[in-house]
Design a protein around this ligand. Structure first.
Ligand code: ADP
Ligand code: MG
Length: 331
């Protein structure tokens, strides 16, 4: 069994846990980088070194990750090579990024574990989420994807039937394609995933929020061109494998109230009721910290022990001691 220490005031006990870890975008690409394979692998290697102590403690780890910049670059490649090879739709591009980031994580984590004398299987599962064809976001199209563009490209995209919106007024290239971001309902690979995880494998799943599919009238799955928020997908993944802990690793050490103001106040331990109140008061920006906090609230309401948001370097400390922001059940 694991050697997890108990930190006073946390719900975490001495058992080995099932932990779903959601890796933020900067695990793969840092600000100012171009996105070469070498840069991405280097970042992923550094994150993996922080995960080794958790594997050593015999926790069952299921990893998931974002794919914003990667899928954005793939969309540019589709666009630019249109006259040479057929364009692939967005849902296929999401699948491609699951493979791309999955192979890098497998390589980096396997090597980091081997260096630490640990032998564990690391496996990526191409993952699909069922979404509802009636999800309100299919009308709203709340998620901008791919490159910013000028008027010329905008028209080309519109001829293809895409919805293009002005995202940053006054810029030379102000437009971006907008797609639906439906809520993830059910992970199709849930049973296989659990089997793999129970066998001792470290599983990478639901990358880029998973590939969205709907069910048609005949009961068959159909892919839909949309993207699922990776933090919400990570939470559904955590429910799917009955995780004890949902750990979101990002580029801040703690979540804050009044973030970015002179009244900023870091949160250490928050009950789910307080978290919901802060969420409703608008403390967490909608495109970044909002979905993270919301997914933590969902996880605790589902019955999870603790949800934690922190930086990569704090991963093991957050589980074993008391780092980051913890969202815990009331009482
Ligand atoms: P990721 O790629 O990990 O999903 P995001 O950029 O989407 O990262 O979210 C993390 C960012 O959220 C932080 O860098 C920070 O700028 C921003 N943020 C917004 N509101 C808050 C808040 N209340 N507390 C802390 N960070 C916040
Ligand atoms: Mg984000």
């Amino acid at each position: 069994m694991g050697r997890t220490a108990i930190f006073p005031g946390t719900a975490i006990d001495f058992m080995a846990k099932t932990i779903v870890i959601a890796l933020g975008g900067n695990a793969i690409l840092q600000d100012g980088e171009q996105g070469t394979a070498a840069e991405q692998l280097r970042n992923i290697e550094s994150v993996c070194t922080y995960l080794v102590p958790l594997v050593r403690d015999e926790h069952r780890l299921i990893l998931t990750h974002g794919n914003g910049p990667q899928v954005g670059n793939l969309l540019i490649q589709q666009e630019e090579a249109e006259d040479i090879v057929p364009m692939q739709p967005l849902d296929i591009c999401v699948g491609m990024t699951q493979g791309q980031i999955g192979t890098m994580l497998q390589q980096a984590l396997t090597n980091a574990l081997r260096e630490a004398g640990i032998q564990r299987d690391v496996v990526t599962v191409i993952s699909h989420f069922l979404v509802s064809a009636d999800d309100p976001d299919f009308q709203i199209l709340s998620k901008p994807v791919g490159p910013f563009m000028g008027s010329e490209l905008k028209e080309r995209y519109e001829q293809r039937g895409h919805t293009i919106r002005e995202i940053r007024k006054g810029h030379e290239r102000p437009y971006r394609r907008c797609v639906a971001s439906p809520a993830p309902l059910r992970l199709l690979e849930k049973r296989a995933l659990k089997l793999l995880s129970d066998s001792g494998a470290i599983v990478i799943a639901a990358g880029g929020g998973g590939i969205p599919v709907t069910l048609d009238a005949g009961g068959s799955y159909r892919k839909v061109e949309s993207v699922i928020d990776k933090d919400l997908a990570g939470e559904k993944l955590a429910e799917s494998v009955s995780a004890d802990i949902y750990l979101i690793l990002t580029n801040v050490d703690k979540v804050a109230l009044n973030y970015g103001t002179d009244r900023q106040e870091e949160l250490h331990r928050v009950t789910v009721s307080d978290a919901r109140r802060y969420y409703q008061e608008g403390h967490f920006a909608s495109g970044s910290m909002g979905p993270k906090v919301l997914s933590c609230i969902d996880f605790i309401e589902f019955g999870g022990e603790v949800a934690i948001i922190t930086g990569f370097e704090s991963a093991a400390r957050a589980i074993n001691f008391d780092a980051g922001t913890r969202i815990v059940p009331d009482g």
